[in-house]
Design a protein around this ligand. Structure first.
Ligand code: ZN
Length: 92
């Protein structure tokens, strides 16, 4: 009977999502606000403005917008290593 219960829970989660009720408080990391289910670890995304759960469509739209943003990141290059390369070329 335990196997049937496991199969039922698996199918229930696929069709209807997580049914656990033990969730963390909403928190924001890397511009995403969500709660985490303490039983299965699933993220339940929230709107930081309305503090209501987001639909799957809204979550996909936000992820698409964040993925399409152009990010410029400065790369730190040690100056001393560049000088060494230049000196070795000058000698050779
Ligand atoms: Zn869960």
């Amino acid at each position: 009977m335990k196997i049937l219960q496991t199969i039922f829970n698996f199918l229930y989660e696929i069709l209807l999502g997580c049914r656990h009720e033990r969730l963390t408080r909403p928190f924001t990391l890397q511009q995403q606000t969500y709660k985490v289910c303490l039983d299965c670890g699933k993220h339940v995304f929230y709107s930081a403005d309305t503090m209501k759960p987001l639909s799957g469509r809204e979550v996909r739209r936000i992820h698409t917008r964040q993925a399409s943003e152009l990010k410029v990141v400065a790369v730190a290059t040690p100056v001393s290593s560049l000088n060494r390369e230049n000196n070795s070329r000058a000698i050779a």
